[in-house]
Design a binder for this molecule. Structure first.
Ligand code: AN0
Ligand code: CP
Length: 315
């Protein structure tokens, strides 16, 4: 694997799960693979899990790691071509990217949707420029439309806890005060297709995700209709796709509560984190024995290491 931008690239889920299981059980088996290789992680946005888990994954593989926070210490970057740069931006991405490529063997990029232009976001203009101009393998640490390392970790967690071959998974929108990207839910849909689970999306009117991601997935605008029989509840907020980037409501009837979980088949609760308690999910649900949010976060090391290993093998 050279670039990794979508969980669809995992190809066959059973093989991808076996690869992850091997890495989880043998975390230091490939220490030699990363020797004298440098990973550069570039963050255009904040992170706790992705930063730490990807760094840990690289260290497990014997790599060196450099982290760059664009917003803290780098020059302010222009991203539009053709602009007369007489404003506050000192450097163009078109120089910055190949320069970054000179200092490393692989690059991880976090570049969220900016909600300025649906077209730019859905064309992944930042991520694709890294792919085009860095000269290095590039992997997504959450880009504008997908968060594949998260989805891979989500799938591993479901696989580890499922009690039937084809569990029912409900992805439900939940309220949040700020506009959040669609990357996590888009990617999760791709993951559900890959794994072939029984999958339902529940979201309020106005929050349907991009048709190219929803595909043939079942969508309901009634959360209570989706939850019965669920083995896993995957909560997430996202901003509207149709009214692009807008927060249309913060309806707390969509918060995942003990009463909502009682509608399920004793489902496990999943969330990628960071989560706002008592907006997305109540304290009692996230603290309950059915909550898998911590093992899910732990599996981020496994997903990152499995992908990094394949990237190193391709060098
Ligand atoms: C981000 C999002 O919703 O995409 C990152 C989640 C992994 N969340 C926030 O910005 C709060
Ligand atoms: N889940 C996740 O990607 O978390 P961070 O934004 O903290 O990296």
């Amino acid at each position: 694997m050279r670039h990794f931008t979508s969980v669809k690239q995992l190809g066959n889920w059973q093989d991808a799960y076996a690869a992850a299981k091997y890495v989880k059980e043998n975390p230091f088996a490939d220490q030699a693979l990363g020797k004298n290789k440098t990973l550069l992680m570039v963050f255009f946005n904040n992170s706790l899990r992705t930063r730490l888990s990807t760094q840990k994954a690289a260290l497990n593989l014997g790599m060196n790691v450099i982290v760059l926070d664009i917003a803290h210490g780098a020059w302010k970057l222009e991203t539009e071509r053709g602009v007369v740069m007489d404003g506050d931006k000192s450097e163009h991405l078109l120089e910055a990217i190949p320069v970054m490529g000179c200092y490393c063997d692989a690059i991880g990029v976090r570049s969220f949707a900016r909600f300025e232009s649906k077209e730019d976001d859905y064309n992944e203009v930042i991520l694709n420029q890294f792919i085009q101009y860095s000269g290095r393998p590039v992997f997504s640490m959450e880009a504008a439309t997908r968060h594949p390392l998260q989805t891979y970790a989500d799938l591993i967690t479901i696989e580890e806890h499922k009690k039937k071959a084809r569990p029912k998974v409900v992805m439900t929108w939940a309220p949040h005060p700020k506009a959040l990207p669609q990357a996590v839910p888009n990617s999760f849909i791709e993951g559900m297709e890959l794994a072939g689970y029984d999958f339902v999306i529940a979201n309020p009117e106005g929050y349907d995700l991009a048709p190219e991601f929803v595909g043939n997935a079942r969508v309901t605008h009634d959360q209570d209709e989706a939850l019965p029989g669920a083995d896993f509840v995957y909560a997430k907020n996202w901003a509207s796709y149709d009214a692009y980037g807008q927060v249309l409501n913060q309806d707390r009837n969509w918060t995942v509560t003990t009463e909502k979980m009682a509608l399920t088949d004793n489902a496990y609760f999943l969330h990628c984190l960071p989560v706002r308690r008592n907006m997305i999910v109540t304290d009692d649900v996230i603290e309950s024995p059915q909550s898998l949010v911590i093992p899910e976060a732990a599996n981020r090391v496994v997903s990152a290491q499995t992908i990094l290993k394949q990237i190193l093998q391709s060098l």
